[in-house]
Ligand binder design. Structure first.
Ligand code: AMP
Ligand code: MG
Length: 402
């Protein structure tokens, strides 16, 4: 019985195991998945922070009808806190400085007229003042000890800034999976060679290397010919020290599609072979006890691509403890008819409309061998297997790869 996509996905996710953690310097943690809580080591902001260049005064002066202030001193950013000695005066203050003691209100230069009186500088206030204005109060954003970044977060630019702010120089992140990409097929030649008429350059491995690289993962790869014994020998040597095998090709009904049999000989437990989907129907998934999980993807480039984003990427993200992305949806821009009882993954271009809708525009697509169709597409739109006619304006889930 061929599995539905939902059942296949569930079976794949059930095999997820924790890949472990490691500590890395925060400068090289971008793109990694955080595995600890990052806490505020101080309040945010850490002191009453001046937010405008101008003067700091004691608001009670206004109650006394005062509007001219003599300058006692200047408080620059990075200077220890000063104290206003006479509350009838002011201290000039700069953005980023700590609020001087005995002051509680900051008036920007734009609301002041400077003058001099008997050798002293003064400012006249010519705009209404609110008590406490232009001060970013200590702890008003975040209290000490609050969780700033929870585990499972993908570390990006915003996280890098917060890690730096709290002095988190070393962070606990997920280990990267040890991935091997396996290309199969006698017709494949290395990319730097000129193929003979009957040959093609090996491309799938490079799409997958790129997809993995976008996840911050380096992988190695090898090429196997359609020769059962050679396959068995080479794969045997990969069993140790790998977490994931992703192969392409040799899992369909061809006379030389030896991979399923070879994997079983090596002791792989097959979880399923074939899924009710197009492209990617011949997808085989299995696992070795105490060894790698095996995503044996069909060789057609669009099939492999779709299976990578639908199954492999979520497996890796779960294994790294990442919070899985929320599903994403889009509306079909035109009617589509697809009458096979398979879940259809249609390459679409996504276009976001001014009214907030996301539109999925089907791209010309000649089938799963049509590698170039992916160039114009951003995602696969999922059209459920129970329906055959998909109306313009209907909403379906999308799997983005761009
Ligand atoms: P298979 O699944 O082995 O029957 O392959 C299906 C199609 O995908 C064939 O036309 C293969 O030549 C092609 N193919 C398989 N593996 C690769 C690869 N690594 N790079 C490019 N094309 C491939
Ligand atoms: Mg093949």
């Amino acid at each position: 019985m061929m599995l539905t996509v939902a059942a296949a996905f569930k079976a794949v996710i059930q095999t997820v195991r924790d890949l472990g953690t490691e500590t890395v310097p925060f400068e090289s943690a971008t793109g990694r998945i955080l595995r600890e809580s990052v806490l505020a080591d101080r309040p945010f902001p850490p002191f009453d922070r001046i937010t405008m260049d101008g003067i700091a005064v004691n608001y009670d002066s206004f109650a006394r009808g005062q509007h001219i202030f003599g300058v006692e001193d200047i408080q620059a950013a990075g200077m220890p806190q000063l104290q206003l000695s006479n509350t009838a005066n002011c201290i000039e203050v700069m953005t980023g400085a700590i609020l001087p003691e005995m002051t509680d209100t900051v008036i920007p230069y734009e609301h002041l007229t400077p003058s001099e009186h008997e050798g002293f500088r003064r400012f006249t206030v010519h705009k209404a003042v609110k008590k406490g204005q232009n001060i970013h109060r200590i702890g008003s954003d975040i209290a000490t000890g609050a969780v700033l970044i929870p585990p499972g977060t993908l570390i990006g630019p915003a996280e890098a800034g917060v890690l730096a702010t709290v002095g988190k120089t070393n962070v606990l992140v997920s280990k990267q999976p040890r991935v091997v990409l396996i290309a199969t097929g006698n017709e494949l030649v290395p990319v730097h060679t000129t193929p003979a008429l009957h040959q093609v350059r090996m491309s799938n491995v490079y799409s997958m290397l790129a997809s993995l690289e976008q996840m911050g993962i380096k992988a190695r790869y090898l090429h196997l010919n359609d020769e059962a014994e050679e396959m068995r020998e080479q794969l045997q040597s990969l069993l140790e020290e790998t977490d994931i095998w992703i192969s392409s090709g040799a899992v369909s009904a061809g006379k030389f599609d030896y991979l399923p049999a070879v994997l079983q000989q090596l002791g792989m437990q097959q979880v399923f072979h074939k899924v009710q989907q197009r492209p990617g129907k011949p997808f085989l998934f299995g696992r070795f006890n105490e060894g790698p999980v095996v995503f044996a993807l069909p060789g057609n480039p669009v099939s492999g691509f779709m299976c990578f984003y639908r199954y492999v990427q979520p497996w890796i993200q779960s294994a790294m403890g990442a919070t899985l992305q929320e599903p994403c949806y889009a509306q079909l821009s035109e009617k589509v008819i697809f009458d096979a009882a398979l879940e259809y993954y249609l390459p679409v271009k996504l276009q976001s409309e001014p009214d907030g809708r996301m539109i999925a525009i089907p791209q010309p697509y000649q089938g799963s061998g049509d590698l170039a169709s992916l160039l114009k597409a951003d995602a696969f739109l999922t059209l459920p297997s129970e329906e055959n006619v998909f109306e313009k304006g209907s909403t379906y889930q999308v799997w983005r790869f761009r």
